[in-house]
Design a protein around this ligand. Structure first.
Ligand code: NAP
Length: 507
């Protein structure tokens, strides 16, 4: 166990072994987009958390690249502030000093070839000084239009002595055609196993716990199918609006921002067959089978919405169309709900109801497996009127954990049954802070493990479905806005389930 792990974690026997992981090879991590939001809010705080836990390679260098002017000194200062503001651990000067000594900055533009020469030169120097052996992780934290220029420059100057890994941030394309084009560009210079497409949801502990829950426990798998499961509900709800991202969001909408990647990945992990092992190829193979089995929903099985004015936590908020940078008549959707079917033996005829949106009543991501009702209740109807069918809920965020709704007898003379919840709360059980998704994902790229990333064929299947939904949307024009901020979406989302005699879970 790491000597720097929080004391409380050491007291807990369940937490034993939590810090035991392979340490990556010495390497250089080059972050393109080092002056951007992602680097400040996620990447640098994650690197700091890894440093606190001594999980970074013994010999290591981080090179930040961006066009904005600066040098090693200003970059270190900027990153120290980012860590103080966004890291999950308190700032420790000793840890920071060690990490800061490994930080370098290159102000350059890859649109002109001097950029690649400078980077090549700097990496050569660092290789020699730190004995990094030509091992590199290139992290593309830049807007997608900048990808091809950088990829081409890197591909042409590959260092064949060590290994090379390329991390690509979302969005991976805008539709199937652009995703294929991007993959083709990457494959010109990199092998598929060198490409790490980030879907940061897959780095979340509770998403991985879905796999542990299903495949490390004998009791769930036999009932994880159409015979026992009535339906599945997946909710990715945000209470925030689009913040300052109108430029991106107006083009993407909820379907490209969340549905195409995070939501379909959660569905794939829920519905996939048990992989024969936990290697990345086996996991990807099973996920892609689910994505292939998803067929295009009928237009009436897809609902879209856009938020109007309303209240979030007592504060009045503006409508989507009133947000800075959004067109006054914008038809961009901020909410999508759909009924999907996975056409295979395990799930045929079992609906997967999914919904995601902004400015909803609560910030939460959950996967709920609703089981069928008990076939024959031997109790009087009135005794069991408070009983609902069993539901297993995986709380991805916040309050990470799992809860199972079961019928239990109310104490007393009669036989009255009520639904109660058996809860497992992650933080409470393991008494440890939850790692941020980016910590796990950055470490995995250095370790060369792409299990928690998205393979090209998965991305393409996801786009195929999204393209077919978006094509159907061209035919009608809903009246937007159609849900007030602070609610659970438009009434048609409720009707989607009511038509089937069901209802959305209420948190
Ligand atoms: N922010 C998030 O939480 C988040 C979450 C998921 C995915 N992402 C993805 O991560 C990427 C970066 O997002 P961000 O929010 O950090 O964006 P951002 O704040 O706009 O930063 C973009 C970065 O890329 C650099 N850049 C911009 N245009 C460039 C060009 N043509 N060539 C080279 N560098 C260029 C910028 O630096 P200079 O102008 O100094 O060159 C800046 O460092 C995007 O693909 C985004 O979709 C971000």
């Amino acid at each position: 166990m790491s000597t720097t792990a929080p004391d409380r974690q050491q007291e807990n026997p369940l937490a034993e072994g939590l810090a035991l992981r392979r340490t990556p090879d010495p390497c250089a991590l080059v972050i393109f987009g080092a002056s951007g939001d992602l680097t400040h809010k996620k990447l640098m705080p994650a690197l700091y958390a890894l440093a606190v836990r001594r999980l970074l390679p013994p010999r290591f260098a981080i090179v930040g690249v961006a066009r904005t002017g600066g040098d090693d000194g200003s970059f270190r200062e900027d990153m120290a502030n980012a860590v103080k503001q966004h890291a999950r651990d308190p700032f420790r000067q000793d840890v920071w000093d060690e990490l800061a000594a490994q930080l370098h900055y290159l102000a350059t533009d890859f649109a002109d070839s001097s950029g690649e020469d400078k980077l090549h030169g700097l990496l050569g120097e660092l290789d020699e000084k730190e004995e990094l052996g030509g091992k590199r992780v290139f992290y593309l934290a830049v807007p997608p239009p900048a990808f091809p220029t950088i990829v081409e420059a890197l591909g042409k100057r590959r260092d064949e002595r060590g290994w090379t890994r390329l991390v690509v941030e979302k969005p991976f394309g805008h539709d199937l055609a652009s995703a294929k084009e991007l993959t083709a560009t990457l494959l010109e210079y990199f092998k598929e196993e060198e490409i790490f497409r980030i879907d940061h949801y897959l780095g979340k502990e509770t998403v991985q716990n879905m796999l542990a829950l299903r495949f490390a426990n004998g009791i769930f798998e036999p009932i994880w199918n159409r015979q026992f499961v009535d339906h599945v509900q997946i909710t990715v709800a945000e209470s925030i609006g689009i913040e300052a991202r109108a430029g991106y969001y107006e083009q993407a909408g909820a379907i490209r921002d969340i549905f195409q990647n995070h939501l379909l990945q959660l569905l794939a992990l829920t519905a996939m067959e048990p992989p024969i092992d936990f290697t990345s190829a086996s996991v990807h193979n099973e996920k892609v089978k689910v994505l292939r089995a998803l067929h295009t929903p009928a237009p009436r099985s897809v609902v879209r919405g856009q938020y109007g004015r309303g209240f979030i936590e007592g504060e009045e908020v503006v409508a989507y169309r009133e947000e800075a940078g959004v067109a006054a008549e914008s038809m961009t959707e901020t909410f999508v709900a759909a009924k999907l079917y996975v056409d295979n033996w395990r799930w045929a005829d079992t609906p997967f109801y999914v919904r995601m949106g902004k400015r909803l009543a609560r910030h939460e991501t959950t996967i709920a497996i609703q089981f069928k009702e008990a076939p024959h209740p031997p109790f009087e109807e009135s005794a069991a009127e408070g009983v609902r069918p069993n539901v297993l809920v995986v709380h991805v965020q916040p309050d990470e954990g799992v809860s199972l709704a079961i019928g239990a007898k109310v104490p007393g003379q009669g036989m009255t049954i009520r639904t109660v919840h058996m809860d497992f709360l992650y933080g409470g059980t393991f008494r440890t802070g939850m790692p941020e998704a980016y910590e796990r994902l950055i470490l995995d790229t250095m370790l060369g493990d792409s299990t928690l990333f998205t393979r090209a064929d998965e991305v393409e299947e996801q786009w195929l479905l999204v393209d077919s939904i978006v094509a159907a949307w061209q035919r009608d024009k809903p009246s937007f806005p159609n849900y007030p901020s602070g609610t659970w979406g438009p009434p048609s989302a409720e009707e989607l389930l009511h038509r089937d005699g069901r209802a959305w879970r209420r948190p």
